[in-house]
Design a protein around this ligand. Sequence first.
Ligand SMILES: Nc1ncnc2c1ncn2[C@@H]1O[C@H](COP(=O)(O)OP(=O)(O)OP(=O)(O)O)[C@@H](O)[C@H]1O
Length: 279
Amino acid sequence: MTLLQVRNLSVDYATEDGVVHAARDISFDIAPGEVLGLAGESGSGKSTVAFAIARLHRPPAFISDGSVTLDGTDVLQLDGEALRAWRWREVAVVLQSAMNALNPLLRVADQFRDMFQAHGIHDRKEIRARSADLLNMVGIDPARLDDYPHRFSGGMRQRIVIAMALALSPKLLIMDEPTTALDVVVQRELLEEVADLRSKLGFAVLFITHDLALMSQFCDRIGIMLRGELVELGTPTQMVAAPRHPYTRALWNAIPPLHPPSYPLEGPLRPQGGQVQRQ
Ligand SMILES: Nc1ncnc2c1ncn2[C@@H]1O[C@H](COP(=O)(O)OP(=O)(O)OP(=O)(O)O)[C@@H](O)[C@H]1O
C-alpha cells in the first residue's frame, strides 16, 4: 500500500544565470507509517524535493515535470483554499529553523489557538484541552502552556513545534534537518520521541538529514541524492551490506565506526574517582 507517490518529479530554479535543475526525475513511494530518509551532500536537492511535496516551493523554484500523489490526492493540482486546508491536515512540515518557528511574542497556548482556529476549530475549551494533550504527548508539562517560547530550551521548543505539526493528525510528517541545531543527546531523544509517536499515531515521515548514522537508525528506507538525482533507494541494511552506487559507498565509509577503538587515556584526560574529567 502506498501513501505518497512521487513520480518523475523535476524541480528547477529560474535564476539570472539560467535554469538550475535542482531535482531531476525523482520517483519514490512512502507507505503509510513508513519513515523514509533522504541523505546526500549539501545542494543535492533534498530540501527542494521536500518543499515540492509539501507545495511550499516559491519562485524562482518551479516544478517542471512529474506528479505527487498523497492518499489519492493530486498534490500539484491543489490551489487556494484546498491547498491551505490540505497542509497541516494531510502533510505537516518541521524545518531546520523549527526552534525559531514559534512567535517569541505569543504564549505557546496562543500559538496553538491560532493554528486550531485557522483550521476551523474555535471552541476555546476544546482548543485548551487539545493543546494540553499535545504538549503532554511530547513530554512537556501542560501547565506550561501559558509560558512564552523563551522560557523553553531549544529541544523543548522543537518538541512544541512537532506537537503543533501533529495537532491535526497529518498522514505525512516532513522533517527537514529538524535537529541540526540541537546537541547530539537532545537530537537522539527527540527522534526517539518522534519514532514513538509514529508507532502510536501511524503517520509516515520523510526525514532529511546530513547525518547518515542517525538516519540509518531512524529510517525504514533511505534514499541517496546526488546532484539532483535519487541515485539509490533501499533499507539501511541493504545499503550497508551492498551499496550499489559508489557515492553511497563513499557516504557510508565517511561514518565513524559505532564502537571506535579504545585508546589509553593520556594527556589532558585522565580518570578521577571513576569518572573521566577534563583538567
Ligand atoms: N532559491 C534558489 N535559487 C536558485 N537556486 C537554488 C535556490 N534554492 C536552492 N537552489 C539550488 O538548488 C540545488 C538544490 O538545493 P537544496 O537546498 O534542495 O539542496 P539540499 O540537498 O537540501 O542542501 P542542504 O543539505 O544544504 O539543505 C542547489 O544547487 C541550490 O544551489
